[in-house]
Design a protein around this ligand. Structure first.
Ligand code: GDR
Length: 350
């Protein structure tokens, strides 16, 4: 039986990937961060909480990284853990550099010391491109990061390549464009929208407050993308691959479709706040997944409209159950809306 170690197993991709690898017969180990409030709702939601072997690990602590490899003895490592919110990276650029950048080198060093045969997947990102070109963006497009997050990921991307070229590790980057689902974190715009629309629909909220609604993203479905991660490590040679849908939509379009599905008028619910706009923005992203389609036989399955529909309907169903006193496994009831979070580096509009 193959063994996999997933860093960041409590996140959206970690949870879906764990479930996918189990369906392929893997023994799955997953690392999580010790927090004052545990964050296992996604593993519970997918019904795999008791099937993942959980290891607490701190990406800043080399000893704990070594230990998680000792315990899991993996054939494959999927390195997904990071500070993954672009907006927050402007507020915490140094911590983001440590966790999102340097920690990848800690992982690679640990593999080099412990067992050079372990295959390594690095969660790379379309944020690397910044505004370098209007696309479609592929593996050969130059990078021009526009945030502390993307800059840390650029370092992580190159270190992965360096350990492949210099030491012969099977280390590969998946350059993934945005991928969403009903278990996406509430800080990301898609889930923020569907959660707010659900609350407005049910009369417990009035507005959804957003920043730049004119930016375009290539939005796919997270379960499709975790399969791509696995395929990248099953390829004969370690190579970097773009995973994307090849289609792009604006934040405004996402909101408008979510409103349409919920039977609301967008103009009644939308509020724009410049305090939510980032100091630097990536305006337009669309990927070209041809290499993955040809060489890995990977393709996205879920289309944009179905994605918005699934997310919107799921959030409405959750809030509806919650209001009616039925237990729901999910995150939103613990969070108020973002209104009074102080953005230290964002322009304040008041
Ligand atoms: P992104 O995702 O930065 O593309 O990174 P996010 O959903 O945060 O933003 C997408 C776009 O929406 C605009 N936007 C808002 N964003 C948030 N979060 N909240 C708002 O209120 C809001 N209003 C408008 C943003 O400015 C942006 O243009 C995601 C993350 O998952 C990364 O970790 C990953 O690497 C990339 O996708 C691929």
């Amino acid at each position: 039986m193959k063994r996999a170690l997933i860093t960041g197993v409590t996140g959206q991709d970690g949870a879906y990937l764990a479930k996918f690898l189990m369906s392929k017969g893997y023994e799955v180990y997953g690392t999580y961060r010790r927090l004052s409030t545990p964050n296992f709702w996604r593993l519970n939601y997918l019904g795999i909480m008791r099937k993942v072997n959980l290891i607490s690990m701190d990406l800043n602590d080399t000893t704990s990284i070594m230990e998680s490899i000792e315990i899991s003895q993996p054939d494959e490592i999927y390195h997904l853990a990071a500070q993954s919110f672009v907006g927050a990276s402007f507020e915490q650029p140094i911590a983001t550099g440590e966790v999102t950048g340097l920690a990848t080198t800690r992982m690679l060093e640990a593999i080099l010391k412990r067992d050079k045969d372990i295959k390594f997947y690095n969660a790379s990102t379309s944020e690397l491109y910044g505004n370098s070109s209007s696309g479609p963006l592929d593996e050969a497009t130059p990078f021009k990061p526009q945030s502390p997050y993307a800059t840390a990921k650029l370092y992580s991307y190159w270190m992965t390549r360096l350990y492949r070229d210099a030491y012969g590790l099977f280390a590969a980057n998946g350059i993934l464009f945005n991928h969403e689902s009903p278990i996406r974190g509430l800080e990301f715009v898609t889930r923020k929208i569907t959660n707010a629309i659900a609350k407005i629909k049910l009369g417990i909220e009035k507005k959804v407050i957003l920043g730049n609604i004119e930016s375009f993203r290539d939005w796919g479905y997270a379960p499709d993308y975790v399969e791509g991660m696995w395929k990248i490590l099953q390829n004969e040679t370690p190579e970097d691959f773009v995973l994307a849908t090849g289609e792009t939509h604006s934040v405004k379009e996402f909101l408008s479709l979510s409103c349409e599905i919920a039977g609301l008028a967008m103009d009644d619910v939308l509020e724009v706040s410049s305090s939510l706009k980032r100091p630097l923005e990536v305006h337009y992203l669309v990927g070209n997944p041809s290499k993955a389609e040809v060489e890995l036989n990977w393709t996205h399955r879920m289309e944009f409209r179905d994605l918005v529909k699934e997310m919107t309907e799921e959030d409405i169903a959750r809030w509806d159950s919650f209001i009616n006193g039925k237990p729901v496994i999910w995150d939103a009831q613990h969070y108020d809306d973002n209104n009074n979070i102080i953005k230290t580096r964002y322009k304040m509009d008041a």
